[in-house]
Structures are given as C-alpha cells and as structure tokens.
Design a protein around this ligand. Structure first.
Ligand SMILES: CC(C)(COP(=O)(O)OP(=O)(O)OC[C@H]1O[C@@H](n2cnc3c(N)ncnc32)[C@H](O)[C@@H]1OP(=O)(O)O)[C@@H](O)C(=O)NCCC(=O)NCCS
Length: 175
C-alpha cells in the first residue's frame, strides 16, 4: 500500500481541560521487550529496570492529564508479583487515579507477555505521585480527575484516601 506524504493531516492534541479530564484521555500503554541488558543474575528482568519503565509510563500519563511538565514526587508502592524472562514483552498500562491541587496519583500495571503464545501475566504494579511544575520547578495546579466507570470511581476514592494519609506521613520525620 502506498503512503501519501502530501497534504498530511496533523492532529493537534487539545489543551487539558482545567475543569477536569476522564482517565481515558491520559491512559498510556507502553511495550518493551526484555533484552539481555535488562536482566539480573537469575535471567529474569531486573527490578530497577522495571521501575524505570514504570516511571516513564506514569510520567507520560500524568503529563497527558495535566498538559504540563511533571516531576516524580514519590513511589508509594511497587509490588513484584511474578518474574518476567528474557524475550518477554512487557506491557505497561498507566492510568490517573486521583488529582489533588498540584499532585496526581498514577497507577501502573506491568504484564509480561509470552511472545510465542500471547499469554499475559501480571508481574508488577505500582502507585506513583507526580507533581505539576512550572518553568522554575514550582508546583502548579493540575486539572481534577473525572472518573466515569465504577472501577475509576473506586480508584478515585482510594487515591483520595491515600493522598490524605501521604500528607499525614510527610509530617513525620523518617529518622
Ligand atoms: C515534588 C516537589 C515539586 C514538591 O515541591 P514542594 O515545594 O515540597 O511542594 P508542596 O509542599 O507545595 O507540595 C506540592 C504537592 O506535592 C505533594 N507532595 C510533596 N512531596 C510529596 C511526596 N514526597 N510524596 C507525595 N506527594 C508529595 C504535596 O502533597 C502537594 O500535593 P497537592 O498540591 O495535591 O496537595 C519537590 O519536592 C521536588 O522538586 N522534588 C524533586 C523531584 C525530582 O527531582 N524527581 C525526580 C526526577 S523527575
């Protein structure tokens, strides 16, 4: 099939709606194949590499929601449920759960897909907080999350509760 290069239509992404966006607007699905340089001494994927991929997928999701630059403020949880092997295709799914004033909680799931059978297994999930920042790195307001489905409403409520306990925990010295 011939691909025409003339009169290419450009799709401009809309600015984020300050009144809020549903999670589907910013949903990210990212794939990576596990290469030799991504593995540990057990021949399975290195956890730190998975965290790097999670952070990229999560940050893209947060930026799509806010249409602003963001920084990673904290990783709440990273749970490694099952190993992934060399050659597996890692499928990362990132979704905004909840937005505070300037912060956003993003949930990321990582599935390992066997490239020969197509079988997928949940290997890792994580909760990360990003903060919208301006040109000098100062926090700026982000749009609210407008959940649409029952699952999104549940994620929103639990995200809201976690933000409260995070704020409380931030006040307690770590050492
Ligand atoms: C994240 C950062 C911008 C927060 O700046 P700050 O001056 O402490 O901002 P504030 O105290 O006003 O908090 C801003 C928001 O971030 C949240 N926040 C701050 N620290 C947080 C943490 N450790 N975990 C989760 N949320 C955090 C606050 O709860 C607040 O959320 P809200 O606006 O929704 O209520 C700042 O600490 C920073 O730049 N950290 C370094 C980020 C970085 O280098 N990341 C790695 C590379 S991307």
């Amino acid at each position: 099939m011939k691909i025409k290069h003339k009169n290419k239509k450009r799709t401009l992404m809309k600015k984020s709606n300050p009144k809020g966006n549903p999670p589907r607007i910013s949903f990210v699905e990212m794939t990576q194949q596990v290469l030799p340089g991504d593995t540990n001494v057990h021949g399975t994927v290195f956890g730190g590499k998975v965290m790097q991929w999670i952070d990229i997928a999560g940050a893209v999701c947060a930026m799509r929601h806010a249409r602003e630059m963001v920084v990673t403020a904290s990783f709440d949880r990273v749970d490694f449920h099952a190993p992934a092997r060399l050659g597996h295709i890692m499928v990362l799914k990132a979704q905004v759960n909840y937005a505070g004033r300037t912060s956003l909680e993003v949930g990321v799931q990582v599935l390992a897909e066997n490239p020969l059978t197509g079988e997928r297994l949940l290997t890792t999930d994580a909760l990360i907080t990003y903060v919208g920042i301006d040109k000098v790195g100062k926090p700026i307001p982000v749009p609210p999350v407008l959940p649409e489905t029952e699952e999104e409403i549940q994620r929103y409520k639990t995200g809201e509760a976690r933000r409260s306990s995070r704020k409380y925990a931030q006040k307690i010295p770590k050492s």
